[in-house]
Design a protein around this ligand. Structure first.
Ligand code: RP5
Length: 169
């Protein structure tokens, strides 16, 4: 398995075709300096690989798993069924998807006792931010970087206020 030293977040996706969305997760984790690993695991095409990954994730030092899949998206839920770690699900509007709804609902509507924290359709970046927030629960320095990240969001909005208020109609 492709392991970055000291990875705290595991990013998995059902197919290489999910990479354009899931690399958004990787990019924001890199921005926030959170070590991660990333690989392809298909719930339907490589079920044993999925079980092995989920079963070993916690003991390998991961703190949270971000799982993205499209269509009949069983990867996040089945991973959550095996690992005690929190799982963040990313529904993907894939080529086999009915407008993304199949993926959204199959990741969101988990049975009692097996939660998956589901982000928006193609929400890879938010999944990365949420994963960093999970890791930050035990990492004061990362918590500080996330506070700066929030400040930057606020500054961007405040920078736009005058422009919008003075926009000629
Ligand atoms: C899902 O089917 C994958 O997560 C992907 O979103 C979708 C299509 O996969 P490919 O046919 O492109 O490999 O399992």
């Amino acid at each position: 398995m492709d392991k970055q030293a000291n990875a705290r977040v595991g990013i998995i996706m059902g197919s290489a075709s999910d990479l354009p969305v899931m690399e958004l997760t990787a990019k924001v984790l890199k921005e926030l300096e959170v070590p991660f690993e990333m690989t392809v695991i298909s719930a339907h095409r490589t079920p044993q690989r999925m079980m092995a990954y989920a079963a070993s994730a916690a003991e390998r030092g991961l703190k949270v798993i971000v799982a993205g899949a499209g269509g009949a998206a069983h990867l996040p839920g089945m991973t959550a069924s095996v690992t005690p770690l929190p799982v963040i699900g990313v529904p993907i509007k894939s080529s086999n998807s009915i407008d993304g709804w199949d993926s959204v609902l199959s990741i969101l509507q988990m049975p009692a006792g097996v939660p998956v924290a589901t982000v928006a359709l193609d929400g890879g970046r938010n999944a990365g931010i949420l994963a960093a927030q999970v890791v930050a629960a035990g990492d004061e320095a990362l918590l500080g970087r996330l506070a700066q990240f929030k400040d930057a969001l606020k500054a961007k909005v405040m920078d736009s206020v005058e422009r919008v208020e003075n926009h000629p109609i």
